[in-house]
Design a protein around this ligand. Structure first.
Ligand SMILES: [Fe+2]
Ligand SMILES: [Fe+2]
Length: 397
């Protein structure tokens, strides 16, 4: 007589349904972090958000890749309305500290629990493909949660936070639950999220009029170095552009996932370039004190295509000729610490210009305009905002 053994492992439909939920949850983490990156006030939190956003993006890519291989995988299938509403609620947090408390303390923690259970219950052979992904993804989520637990909680809106927690509890099976209908749930103190039009900082970081390039070049080595790393710190303006591109593209929908991936990487790079500034300024015995957001404010409301072209074919192309000589100057001076950062920055920028060409070409595929036409439209826009004709795309620093 045949004996039945206890079922272990996940069949294809269950695996596909779970992976689609992981995709949706982590895609929403990416979207929420891109929008709130602009308004979380401490720059150190912004740096962490930059790293975490890119991790979520990579995880979504891994889950999607597996879904494409699965019979009936459908990586873009919609999730339950209740789960979608729960994830929207987190985006509509009343303030930054509450958003972080809900996104990390409730959503990412719950995702971590679900993935750990998946890992424990998977069959080592039949589910080997998912196990490989789980073993790579879980440690990164753990380190996100470690950061959250060590971060001072700030002023959290506890009524709203309990509302979000109750909503999740009503789903019966956490993020996997079919959930109760949205009209049974009323969460107090929600605030419909509007993508910010500025980048907010705490009062350590004011508006700074950065020294123009030619003037910096006249300074002695040490003074020039400090001014240059202030420019690195200011790359928050570029990270901010990318955050708006990611948020608006995910909000509008219909953009290829590969484009979101490239601009998530680009976003993370700009966050790191700003971090280079903060690290090096401290090493040189000073602190970052300001940002100049003029370029961001003048152009954040242009269409996505124009923001991409302005940043990558306009500004990044404008700054590019300085990159190689800078790395060489630091190398010749034996300042290998500064050279390390300048060299990485130069390499990243080459990639950014490539992303810009690739995606502006894609977005212009069914358009009668060329990239040069778009650049003309950007100059018109900047001329209107500034009240003086914009002859060429340039930066004041
Ligand atoms: Fe950069
Ligand atoms: Fe860049």
């Amino acid at each position: 007589m045949k004996t039945m053994t206890a079922a272990k492992g996940f069949d294809i439909p269950t695996t596909a349904a779970r992976l689609r939920i992981y995709v949706s949850v982590q895609k929403r983490c990416l979207k929420t972090l891109s929008g709130w990156f602009l308004s979380v006030p401490h720059y150190e939190d912004k740096y962490k958000i930059g790293y975490h956003l890119f991790e979520h993006c990579e995880h979504v890519g891994m889950w999607r890749q597996r879904l494409v291989e699965l019979r009936g995988g459908k990586p873009d299938a919609s999730i339950s309305p209740a789960l979608a509403q729960l994830l929207n609620e987190v985006n509509d947090a009343p303030d930054a500290d509450s958003m972080i408390a809900a996104l990390y303390g409730i959503i990412i923690r719950s995702l971590h629990t679900t993935l750990t259970q998946h890992l424990d219950e998977a069959d080592p052979s039949a589910n080997a493909a998912e196990l490989r992904l789980l073993r790579r993804i879980l440690p990164e989520l753990e380190s996100q949660l470690d950061w959250f637990e060590q971060r001072p909680a700030g002023q959290v809106n506890n009524d709203w936070l309990s509302g979000v927690q109750n909503f999740l509890d009503l789903q019966n099976d956490g993020l996997l639950g079919e959930g109760s209908s949205s009209d049974q749930v009323k969460i107090p103190n929600s605030r419909p999220f509007r993508r910010p039009t500025t980048i907010t900082f705490d009062d350590r970081i004011g508006h700074e009029k950065l020294m123009p390039y030619e003037q910096r070049e006249q300074l002695n080595y040490d003074e020039s170095l400090i001014e240059q790393f202030r420019i690195f710190f200011n790359e928050f303006y570029a990270a901010g552009f990318l955050a708006t591109i990611l948020y608006d593209a995910l909000d509008e929908g219909g953009y290829p996932w590969e484009m979101i991936t490239d601009f998530s990487q680009h976003f993370w790079d700009e966050v790191r370039h700003s971090e280079f500034g903060a690290i090096r300024l401290k090493e040189l015995g000073t602190e970052p004190t300001g940002c100049n957001l003029t370029l961001f404010h003048e152009a954040e409301n242009m269409p996505i295509l124009h923001r991409i072209v302005y940043l990558t074919r306009g500004l990044e192309a404008y700054f590019m000729p300085r990159k190689q000589p800078r790395a060489k100057t630091y190398q010749d001076a034996g300042d290998l610490r500064s050279q390390l950062f300048a060299d990485q920055d130069w390499s990243d920028e080459i990639n950014h210009v490539r992303y810009g060409s690739k995606w502006s070409e894609h977005l212009l595929e069914d358009d009668y305009r060329t990239q040069d036409d778009v650049i003309e439209e950007i100059k018109q826009h900047l001329g209107k905002v500034r009240g003086v004709e914009c002859v060429a795309i340039a930066a004041p620093f």
